[in-house]
Design a protein around this ligand. Structure first.
Ligand code: FUC
Length: 755
């Protein structure tokens, strides 16, 4: 299947970093690069995911907080919001703002001796994760390939040209836009630079070496290559976070790469990448526009079904390229960032963005890549315990709305609409049950139950009774502002809807896991008593789900966060079957947000797609996919917040999957929200909860064939109830909605539907 993103123009390099959003990303989970692909001046911007600036691991908790946070709670309850804000600002804000941030390894360039060129093409083949640039200069056809290999830990740039020895270029290791502490050193396998982060002493090495049949002459800044018929440049990078001897580490990787040679490195890279990518396929039939450059398809309002499928595949590519066993989770930019201080520090914003990065991981059949987010909880845990103790005087595990490479859990900054929000760890922990639901991995659940219990412990001590319910506070509804009846605008509150909904999941998931594993104890007994006392979603005067526990007006009705619909998606607390009134109110909430300009950031639009899918409104979901592709996508297909933020890529892909297949609440539904434009298509290898894979073909908007297979070996049974044929997979606790007009055949651990 053709899955190529391509353009007929190089990314502009006149005024770097302009053009970055047109450049092509490659990555191996740890080492990323943006390929500008200019024939004359070939610029590559490089990232190593552990190059972080700023201060690490600081104890930033405000020592006054322990004695003041309960007072802040009282002031909020009394409606003295401004006073509560001043107290929070003086006593709960962290002693230090935004301590650490994601940095870049800088821009590097290869200058070629051409003066002009023609027939230019730059493409990224998603089937094998290789970026190719081709052009003609002085009658010679040139070709370059760029890849970032996970098995060999190197970026390889391979230059070839037809005819005799036509490759001539110079490489300059001097970085643009980085500080001047770089030391450039020649070594046995090439040349490297060593840089030191100013505030924290982290050192990193970027090393480049060559394999060529031409004449390669190294100088103090890089090298010159003359009269080569081929040239491969290998580049790698390492920080002192990962290795003591960073030069030796890079040297060894380059030595192995040179010995192995480009063809084998490429073959191993493709095999490794395909072991993830080939698990799944999606096709949505429509007009064939595959000969139109992708940057021209993005942003044009033409109905382009294949572009939506390509967007889904690109998200799979991005997850495989930014999240690998042993790597950090994908941050706000995945691993691709050209800034010295990435937007929002390039950290993990855990009041939506980092979680959204992993929404599609399971349905895409990439469960082991979901683990990077979950593994990070272990880095956060010791900090979260300390923050619970020092900031609140309580036991257990708490994190606020940001974390970083070092697992920081204190409030991140001094921004009232976001910072004092104690739900970050709890939200990530809801992904534990999701991973278990998809994989059925009991040992995994056993490993994470103690962390879930620690988060529960915090909330059992922290929640308080307010108007008969158990609520959070001081908290806020991420990052929205309400108008208090007194006329004052504020953010601090008690018991915002999202907090109660997240806690509903954390508590229920913990009780489920403890019961399954025989790990019930005093704490789970307490959690069991508290769960029914959490506030239930309420319906407000606009027929909407109430965002706060009072029916406040809000200052920005089209706000990008739609936190009070967490219960609709990603959670499954609102359903047509059990809570139709909440589904109606969720729809009213979404319509109100959208009619006031909502969905203006890429990630917000992506969330909205998922919500419409849950509301089973294919037309609305489809319109929002189109809005994502036309308004919130850069020419290289990166999500546009703006600026670039990778969450929209992942959230958008999750939404596309959610339109085709849903499996929450123990029910598998095929084609739950199909827009009429997507009338024909197919999926294969998608995962549903219950450890079930799904293959399906549809035409005229209806299922023609589907096969569901339980990877846990459970059988499917067809029976009849008042509603007709019912298929269940009891071992997985799953029922399957029989698609309209389909015959059913159950065989062993599969069920097939014929339409
Ligand atoms: C949240 C969002 C912003 C942005 C930032 C990284 O604060 O409200 O839109 O995505 O995270």
């Amino acid at each position: 299947m053709n899955r190529t993103i391509f353009t007929n123009i190089p990314a502009p390099i006149d005024d770097l970093p302009n053009g970055w959003d047109s450049a092509t990303p490659i990555g191996n989970g740890f080492l990323g690069a943006m390929i500008y692909g200019d024939p004359i001046s070939d610029v590559i911007q490089i990232n190593e995911e552990t190059i972080w600036g700023g201060h690490y691991g600081l104890d930033r908790v405000n020592p006054k907080s322990k004695d003041s946070w309960l007072k802040a709670r009282e002031l909020i309850i009394e409606g003295r919001i401004k006073e509560a804000e001043s107290l929070v600002a003086s006593d709960m804000y962290p002693t230090r703002h935004d301590p650490a941030w994601y940095d870049t390894a800088g821009y590097y360039r290869f200058d070629h001796k051409h003066t002009s060129y023609s027939d230019y093409k730059r493409s990224l083949d998603l089937n094998d994760a290789v970026c190719t640039v081709s052009y003609t200069a002085d009658g010679v056809a040139y070709k370059r390939e760029y890849l970032s290999s996970n098995p060999d830990s190197v970026i390889a740039v391979n230059y070839t040209a037809n005819g005799e020895r036509n490759i001539n270029l110079s490489f300059d290791m001097t970085r643009r836009g980085c500080d001047n502490t770089d030391e450039i050193v020649l070594c046995e396998n090439g040349i490297y630079l060593i840089a030191t982060e100013p505030d924290n002493g982290c050192r990193y090495c970027v090393m480049a070496g060559t394999d060529s049949d031409g004449c390669v002459i190294y100088n103090e800044k890089g090298f010159e290559v003359y009269d080569a018929s081929y040239l491969t440049v290998y580049i790698t990078a390492r920080t002192t976070h990962r290795s003591e001897d960073i030069v030796a580490w890079c040297d060894e990787k380059l030595a192995v790469a040179m010995e192995k040679g480009y063809d084998s490195i490429k073959a191993d890279h493709i095999a490794d990448y395909r072991s993830y990518f080939d698990r799944v396929s999606l096709e949505i039939e429509g007009e064939d526009r595959s000969d139109v450059p992708t940057d021209q398809r993005i942003g044009s309002a033409v109905e382009d079904n294949a572009l939506a499928a390509l967007y889904f595949d690109f998200a799979r590519y991005l997850l495989i390229s930014s999240s690998r066993p042993g790597s950090l989770p994908a941050n706000l930019q995945g691993i691709w960032n050209h800034h010295r201080y990435a937007p929002w520090g390039g950290k993990y914003t855990i009041n939506i963005n980092a979680e959204m990065n992993y929404w599609p991981a399971e349905v895409m059949n990439l469960p082991e890549l979901h683990m990077q987010l979950l593994e990070h909880l272990k880095v956060m845990l010791p900090n979260g315990r300390r923050v619970a103790k020092e900031m609140y005087g309580l036991n257990g595990f708490v994190a606020h709305h940001n974390t970083d490479m070092f697992g920081d859990c204190a409030p991140v900054d001094h921004w009232m609409p976001a910072t004092i929000w104690p739900m970050g760890a709890a939200w990530i922990l809801t992904h534990v049950k999701t991973h278990f639901d998809y994989t059925g991995d009991v040992e995994f659940l056993r490993e994470y139950l103690p962390i879930m219990k620690e988060a529960c412990l915090f909330f059992t001590e922290y929640l308080f009774e307010y108007k008969g319910d158990l609520v959070t506070g001081p908290s806020l509804s991420p990052e929205n502002t309400y108008i208090h009846p007194s006329g004052e605008a504020g953010q601090l509150c008690v018991g915002p809807a999202m907090d109660s909904q997240i806690l509903h999941d954390l508590f229920s998931d913990t009780l489920f896991a403890a019961k399954l594993l025989g790990e019930e104890d005093e704490l789970t007994a307490k959690v069991g008593q508290m769960l029914p006392r959490l506030p239930k979603p309420q319906i407000g005067k606009h027929g909407n789900i109430m965002e706060w526990c009072e029916d406040y007006e809000e200052t920005e009705i089209g706000h990008r966060h739609i936190s009070h619909l967490y219960g609709l998606y990603p959670s499954d607390q609102f359903t047509y079957e059990d809570t139709p009134e909440l589904m109606k109110a969720a729809r009213a909430t979404l319509e109100r947000r959208l009619s006031h300009g909502g969905g203006h950031t890429g990630w917000s639009r992506a969330w909205i797609i998922n919500m419409w899918a849950r509301l089973r409104d294919g037309e609305k979901a489809g319109q929002n996919v189109e809005a994502l592709l036309t308004r919130s996508t850069y020419p290289n297909m990166f999500d546009k917040h703006p600026p670039f933020q990778i969450d929209g890529n992942f959230g958008g892909a999750a939404g596309i999957a959610e339109m085709l297949l849903q499996s929450q609440n123990g029910n598998i539904v095929l084609l739950p929200a199909l827009p009429k434009e997507w009338s024909k298509g197919s999926i294969d290898g998608f995962k549903a909860r219950g450890n079930i894979t799904v293959k399906m073909e549809w035409a005229d908007g209806k299922v023609k064939y589907a096969k569901l297979t339980s990877l846990s070996g459970h059988g499917f049974n067809a029976g009849v109830d008042g509603n007709g044929t019912v298929v269940s997979c009891d071992g997985a606790g799953i029922r399957v909605k029989v698609p309209e007009g389909c015959n059913v055949i159950c065989t062993g651990n599969s069920v097939e539907f014929f339409g």
